[in-house]
Design a binder for this molecule. Structure first.
Ligand SMILES: NC(=O)c1ccc[n+]([C@@H]2O[C@H](COP(=O)([O-])OP(=O)(O)OC[C@H]3O[C@@H](n4cnc5c(N)ncnc54)[C@H](OP(=O)(O)O)[C@@H]3O)[C@@H](O)[C@H]2O)c1
Length: 297
């Protein structure tokens, strides 16, 4: 697989690329490569020290575009909405929204909105960013949303009656639920009547990135040992994302697992489930916005 850098811009206007989780791992590598090629990058992340280092590295390594760090806790609905408002206030258009933010949560944690944290961070922030930045994306001549998660995996499911995983929590169970929710998010987006922004679901495969800090020591050691022999370098995993941004697919929905195009009739991409999840998500957001929180599910 190609690990080449993004191709030079081919529009007069500087491209604006919003990167959720742009301060570490694949998102950071992607953000730095884009800024070096002349794009304007807005990197979202929660850790101010990582944000500072990102800006330093961009300057040190000869960024010709611009880079902005927006500090935000994407597990918070209000925080995510504030970050969206900041982007909307500062930019007339957004060309690409690239979604990387995620974190393992070995314990079940409820957010300030009453949601299970992995679901809120890994799935709901991506729902909100897609919706909130939709009007700006539709102003771009060649927009795209790229959701970097685990499309193609069949493990895990949406626990419709227990989205907060109150009855049986596990780190992997939470990751898989939110991963399957991201698959359905792409399906729901592409099914919207009149939607013009193509959506790419991308599975990067096992990659030498990922903050293992929250995991117990034995799991950290095991994953590090496996990564040394089996994981892909970050640049290799990120290379296709540059391709999606430089040449957005024409199809409303594209699903790629590493280099392989996936059929869109996979059971994990069922349109009925996508519609159901979109409706459940809207209900949750209505409850949160009206002060009731996400405690119902
Ligand atoms: N690594 C793999 O093997 C692998 C395999 C398959 C799929 N993936 C998927 O690929 C994506 C990127 O993975 P990665 O390995 O690059 O992850 P990573 O290195 O752990 O980076 C995660 C990013 O998310 C941000 N983040 C975490 N919690 C946040 C919060 N509450 N608010 C705002 N930002 C937050 C982090 O920034 P801060 O620390 O600044 O908050 C960081 O920039 C994820 O969706 C992951 O599930 C990864």
């Amino acid at each position: 697989m190609s690990t080449k850098a993004p191709r030079p811009r081919d529009t007069d206007r500087q491209r604006v690329i919003v990167v959720s989780g742009g301060t570490d791992g694949m998102g950071r590598a992607f953000a730095l490569a884009r800024v070096r090629s002349g794009d304007k990058v807005v990197a979202l992340g929660s850790n101010p020290e990582k944000g500072r280092r990102l800006l330093e590295e961009a300057t040190r390594s000869g960024a010709v575009g611009g880079i902005e760090f927006v500090r935000v806790d994407l597990a918070s609905v209000g925080g995510t909405r504030s970050a969206i408002a900041r982007v909307v206030a500062a930019h007339d258009a957004v060309d690409s929204l690239v979604l990387f933010a995620n974190r393992h949560s070995p314990r079940r944690v409820l957010t300030e909105d009453g949601l299970e944290r992995t679901f809120a961070l890994y799935y709901l922030s991506r729902f909100l960013l897609g919706e909130g930045l939709g009007p700006l994306l539709r102003r771009s001549a060649r927009p795209v949303i790229v959701n970097v998660a685990g499309v193609g995996a069949r493990a895990g499911r949406i626990h419709w009656d227990d989205l907060r995983l109150e009855h049986r929590y596990g780190t992997v169970r939470a990751q898989l639920q939110a991963g399957r929710a991201n698959d359905l998010l792409g399906v729901a987006h592409a099914a919207r009547p009149g939607e013009t922004v193509p959506y790419v679901l991308y599975h990067p495969g096992f990659t030498r990135s990922g903050d293992l800090g929250p995991l117990p020591a034995p799991a950290r050691l095991l994953i590090r040992a496996l990564a040394r022999v089996a994981a892909r370098p970050v640049e290799e995993s990120v290379a296709p994302v540059h391709g999606f941004v430089d040449n957005p697919p024409k199809a409303p929905l594209t699903a790629i697992d590493r280099g392989r195009s996936l059929p869109l009739d996979l059971p994990t991409l069922a349109p009925g489930d996508a519609e159901r999840l979109a409706e459940v998500t809207r209900e949750l957001l209505r409850a949160i916005t009206s002060g009731g929180g996400g405690h119902g599910r």
